[in-house]
Design a protein around this ligand. Structure first.
Ligand code: ZN
Length: 469
């Protein structure tokens, strides 16, 4: 299948295509037009907000033979070299896998020599917070005596971990989570230019779930497009792929709870879970839905601005909200938020969900019972006691429960992959298709950190594509 991930194919090539980071783009373009370029930058922000993309465009622009208003022309030999990824002037380093002092020493040796071609050499160090202490020291020495014609762009999701000495030598830019509106607009434009047919609500829903990350929204739509080859991308399909629950069903659930209609709400829960939804995700979606209802009932006319919903969606929410009081909604949100923390370690999250709903419908019982439940359910039940078991086996056996510690998108992607025992204690995560592989590869560090946290031992993780894909 000749198919490449949307986010790679649609990677912005000029500053104008970077979504939702207008403040940063403006400053960088100004620096290029005026020639006041710093020798070190620190790009901070959550994943998928455009840090490396912006770094690449900037690197291209500083070497471009005929930049236009701060943007790279995209036509000259220097621009082409960067786009092909084979240029000598732009070096991308992933600090997650090259975090030792020797990697930085190599760079220090290299930068002594002037750029082989073009004006400037740019080093983009991704996930720079992963560098070891000695590597940071080596990097600091280079930053203290910057060699001419060299620019460092350090990108990180965790600026707190950057030593103050390094931090103070860099010009810092903070990348914001991309708003649902900005993301929806950009993605709709992309899909249209690609000739992919879609429903606006489908894109909006994917954007909402992606929570500020362009990469995630494109991953969701990618999965949708590859799963339903050539078909229109609809809200139903996106909900299927992301395991989301229909807003109308969530409204019915909230109303049934408010009426104390046990038979009705238990049946609704049964229906949702029968459809293969995960209890943990159902609760987070229910909380998000209740929040929408609360905003509608308290913010009046401005609610439309605070919620990313279509007009029909807003009308539906208004109708439901009119039957519920703000204090009731607040209580539901509080209790369910506590529930999500408990569910993380629960052996049977479904029972917890049902019990919480019964408690919500009968406030008096809840007040006395809730305190007792906490102690029992918070204990991690899926962690094996067998000390002799290899860490990898332990992980594979507890895989299903482990997935519940991730957000919706990651969890669904991981559920499509298969954990396997690799050579010498490596955990292999085998991915069924290219979109999942691309996505999980980016998450390798996060996955191994969560594994260490949950299973108490560090384990090496490898993301591999399924053979023959
Ligand atoms: Zn150019």
């Amino acid at each position: 299948m000749a198919y490449s991930a949307l986010y790679r194919r649609l990677r912005p090539r000029s500053f104008a295509d970077v979504v939702g980071q207008g403040h940063i783009v403006r400053t960088l373009k100004n620096q290029i037009t005026t020639g006041r370029i710093s020798h070190a930058y620190l790009f901070c922000g959550t994943r998928g907000t455009g840090k490396t993309t912006t770094a690449l465009i900037f690197a291209k622009a500083v070497n471009c033979l005929s930049p236009k208003d701060g943007d790279p022309c995209g036509e000259c030999a220097a621009c082409h070299a960067v786009e092909r990824g084979g240029g000598f002037n732009v070096i991308e380093i992933d600090a997650a896998s090259n975090n030792g002092v020797e990697n930085i020493r190599d760079i220090r040796e290299e930068v002594k020599y002037p750029p082989a071609e073009g004006k400037t050499k740019t080093y983009i160090i991704d996930e720079v917070h992963m560098l070891s202490a000695s590597a940071f020291n080596a990097l600091l020495k280079t930053l203290e005596e910057p060699p001419p014609g060299v620019i460092f762009i350090l990108a990180t999701t965790d600026p707190q971990k950057i030593p103050g000495t390094v931090h103070s030598r860099c010009q810092r830019f903070d990348f914001k989570r991309v708003s649902v509106a900005d993301m929806t607009e950009a993605v709709a434009r992309y899909l249209t230019s690609e000739g992919i047919d879609f429903e606006m609500d489908a894109v909006r829903h994917a954007a909402r779930i992606a929570d500020g990350s362009m990469r995630d929204v494109l991953s969701i739509l990618d999965q949708c497009a590859s799963f339903y080859m050539g078909e229109r991308i609809t809200l139903d399909k996106v909900m299927d792929i992301t395991g989301s629950v229909d807003a109308a069903v969530l409204s019915r659930l909230a109303l049934a709870l408010s009426k104390g209609a046990a038979a009705e709400y238990l049946l609704i829960i049964e229906d949702i879970l029968q459809g293969g939804r995960d209890a943990h995700q159902v609760v987070s979606e229910l909380i998000a839905h209740l929040r929408n209802l609360l905003i509608i009932s308290t913010a009046g006319g401005s609610a439309g601005k605070l919620l990313d919903a279509s007009d029909e969606g807003l009308a539906e929410l208004r109708k439901t909200a009119s039957e519920l009081t703000p204090s009731l909604l607040t209580r539901y949100i509080t209790v369910l938020s506590e529930l999500t923390a408990k569910m993380r370690y629960a052996g049977n999250p479904r029972i917890l969900l049902e019990a919480a709903c019964i408690g919500l419908a009968e406030p008096v019982i809840l007040a006395t019972k809730d305190t007792k439940d906490t102690k029992k359910t918070i204990k991690p039940e899926n962690i094996s006691d067998k000390a002799a078991e290899e860490p990898v086996d332990k992980i594979i056996n507890g895989w299903g429960a482990f997935l519940s510690s991730f957000g919706a998108v990651e969890r669904n992607m991981l559920a499509e992959a298969k954990p396997e025992r690799g050579p010498s204690g490596i955990l292999r995560i085998v991915c069924g298709n290219a979109a999942i592989y691309d996505f999980l590869k980016r998450k390798r560090e996060e996955i191994s950190a969560k594994l260490a946290e949950r299973f108490g031992e560090p384990v090496r993780v490898e993301i591999v594509p399924a053979s023959g894909d």
